[in-house]
Ligand binder design. Structure first.
Ligand SMILES: NC(=O)c1ccc[n+]([C@@H]2O[C@H](COP(=O)([O-])OP(=O)(O)OC[C@H]3O[C@@H](n4cnc5c(N)ncnc54)[C@H](OP(=O)(O)O)[C@@H]3O)[C@@H](O)[C@H]2O)c1
Length: 232
C-alpha cells in the first residue's frame, strides 16, 4: 500500500497497547503497518471495523530473517517505529527455567534490537527525520521482586533509547522510551480482579503519549525515558 502519507510501523501491533497505538497513529494521519504473530490473529484483527485501514503483516519477530523481510515489505522511508512487542512472565528468578529465561529476553529485548537494526536504513531514509518509541516498563526504573529478569530486559530497552538517541542524532532520528506501569488491559483485569482498575493508565492514554513522541511537536525530544504511570 502506498498512500503518500508518512509510514509508521508498530510491532506487537495486534496486542492491547500496539492495537491502540496503531489506531491513534492512523487518526494522526500516518499510513500504519502493524505486525501480527500468526495468520489467524492477522485476519481476525483486520476484520474488526475499528482496525480498518491498518496494514497487517504476519511476522514472527523472533525470526531475524523474517524481521528483515518485514522491512522490505513496509519499504522506505519510514517516519515512525513503535516497538511494543513484549510480555510479562513473573516469579522468583530462581524459579525460572532456561526456556523461561530465553523467552523473556527474546520477548522484551532481543526482538527490539533486531527490529531496530533492520529498520535503521528505512528510518534514515526519511527526509524529515524519523521517530522511534520503544516500550519499556516501570520496572526498568524501579526493579521489583518477582520480576527481576523482566525488569532487567526492560532496563535494556530504556538504555537502548539513551544510546541510540546519540548514535542516530546526525541521522535526524529521535529515540525515546516509555515506561508504562500496569495498564488497564483485559489480561490485567483477568489476572488481578481485585485491583482498582481506575488507577491504571488506559492503553489509549499511553498511546496518546506515543502519538506525541512521534509528532513533529516532539522533534527535539530524544533520549527520553518517560514514565507513564497514571495513578499506578
Ligand atoms: N500490559 C501491561 O500492563 C504493561 C505494563 C508495562 C509495560 N508493558 C509493555 O507494553 C508492551 C505491550 O504490552 P501489552 O499488554 O499490549 O502486550 P500484549 O497484549 O501481550 O501484546 C503483545 C503482542 O506481541 C505479539 N507477539 C508475541 N510474540 C511475538 C513474536 N514472536 N512475533 C510477533 N509478535 C509477537 C503478541 O501476539 P499474540 O497475542 O498472538 O501472542 C501480541 O499481539 C509490552 O512490551 C509490555 O512488556 C505492558
Amino acid at each position: 500500500m502506498t498512500t503518500g502519507k508518512t509510514k509508521a510501523l508498530v510491532t506487537g501491533g495486534t496486542g492491547a497497547l500496539g492495537s491502540e497505538v496503531g489506531r491513534v497513529l492512523r487518526e494522526a494521519g500516518f499510513e500504519v503497518h502493524v505486525t501480527a504473530l500468526d495468520a489467524d490473529m492477522a485476519s481476525s484483527f483486520a476484520e474488526m471495523p475499528e482496525n480498518r485501514g491498518l496494514t497487517v503483516h504476519v511476522a514472527d519477530l523472533f525470526d531475524f530473517d523474517r524481521t528483515k523481510m518485514l522491512m522490505d515489505e513496509v519499504g522506505a522511508p519510514l517516519g515512525a517505529l513503535v516497538a511494543t512487542l513484549g510480555g510479562f512472565l513473573g516469579g522468583p528468578l530462581s524459579a525460572l527455567t532456561e526456556a523461561d529465561v530465553d523467552r523473556l529476553i527474546a520477548l522484551n529485548l532481543t526482538n527490539a534490537v533486531h527490529t531496530l537494526r533492520h529498520a535503521y536504513p528505512l528510518l534514515k531514509a526519511h527526509p524529515d527525520g524519523a521517530r522511534v518509541v520503544l516500550v519499556s516498563a516501570r520496572g526498568a526504573a524501579a526493579g521489583g521482586p518477582g520480576a527481576a529478569l523482566y525488569s532487567a530486559a526492560k532496563a535494556g530497552i530504556a538504555n537502548l533509547a539513551l544510546s541510540l538517541s546519540q548514535e542516530w542524532l546526525e541521522d535526524g532520528i529521535t529515540v525515546n522510551a516509555i515506561l508504562p506501569s500496569t495498564m488497564d488491559t483485559p489480561a490485567n483485569r483477568r489476572d488481578m480482579p481485585d485491583a482498582d482498575f481506575s488507577r491504571w493508565p488506559t492503553t489509549r492514554e499511553v498511546a496518546d503519549v506515543v502519538a506525541f513522541l512521534v509528532s513533529d511537536a516532539a522533534r527535539i525530544i530524544s533520549g527520553g525515558v518517560v514514565p507513564v504511570y497514571g495513578k499506578g
